[in-house]
Design a protein around this ligand. Structure first.
Ligand SMILES: [Mg+2]
Length: 252
């Protein structure tokens, strides 16, 4: 995995963008699934948020064994259901398991909502920078979301990776760092998009629409941004920052 050594346009800026919950909202699809699961199971002892918290723990644990496969979230819901049945001495119902599968499937087949201003911002950015989408997750799901977003024309390249570490960013930029004056990573996760990028010598911008407890970031991704991270409310603000920096006079 490496960037093309030559591009037909001349750019001095490389921008590596995250996709889910940076360009478009997917966390809401998961939250809706949790609400549907609560309605389906109708537990007398747990509120919707308590059930969601139990599921989040099971799902964060499952990342270690199942990674970011599309099947993981549905499996975590089924595991939670099985655990609850076992605790109550009840036999899991196949009909309920099928309904859980359908709830999980909708998370991956629903088109995500592109955040306001993202399209215009990417259009402006693409005129002046090499723009690379770096996303982790299931290949088919990510491609479907990119297509559904209508933003594909603004990406010079797309990489779908199993995880994002400092090594990922180093590997991605290894053959290209002499081509660019500045390299940026922009994303909603300090853990995946910002801290490993800073570690690899890029500049990092954390897109953070609300307070950490607002639920805009998945439990698995919660980590504090490292010193040097810049924090903005959305991609349009991140793009303004990048373009202002690129326009600033270079000291002789
Ligand atoms: Mg993300």
């Amino acid at each position: 995995m490496s960037l093309p050594a030559h591009t037909t346009r001349w750019e001095k800026t490389l921008v590596i963008l995250d996709a889910d919950d940076t360009l478009w909202e997917t966390q809401g699809l998961f939250e809706r699934a949790k609400t549907e699961l609560h309605a389906l199971l109708a537990p007398a002892d747990l509120t919707r948020d308590e059930l969601a918290a139990q599921l989040d723990l099971i799902d964060a644990q499952a990342v270690k064994t199942e990674g970011f496969a599309q099947s993981r979230f549905g499996n975590s819901m089924l595991r939670l259901y099985d655990q609850r049945c076992a605790a109550q001495g009840a036999q899991p119902s196949v009909a309920t398991q099928i309904k859980i599968g359908a709830i999980a499937a909708r998370v991956y087949t629903s088109a995500p909502r592109v955040y306001p201003g993202v399209r215009e911002a990417l259009s402006a950015l693409h005129d002046q920078a090499l723009v690379v989408l770096l996303t982790k997750g299931d290949l088919d799901v990510q491609y479907a979301r990119i297509n559904a977003s209508g933003l594909a024309e603004f990406f010079d390249d797309v990489f779908v990776v199993p995880d994002k570490t400092a090594e990922t960013f180093r590997y991605l930029t290894a053959s290209a760092d002499h081509l660019f004056e500045t390299m940026w990573s922009v994303g909603n996760s300090a853990r995946s998009d910002v801290n490993p990028a800073l570690n690899a010598g890029l500049r990092g911008i954390l897109v953070h629409p609300g307070a950490p407890e607002a639920g805009s970031t998945w439990v698995y991704e919660r980590e504090q941004p490292a010193p040097g991270a810049q924090i903005v409310k959305g991609v349009p603000e991140a793009v303004r920052l990048i373009l202002q920096s690129a326009a600033a006079p270079v000291s002789p």
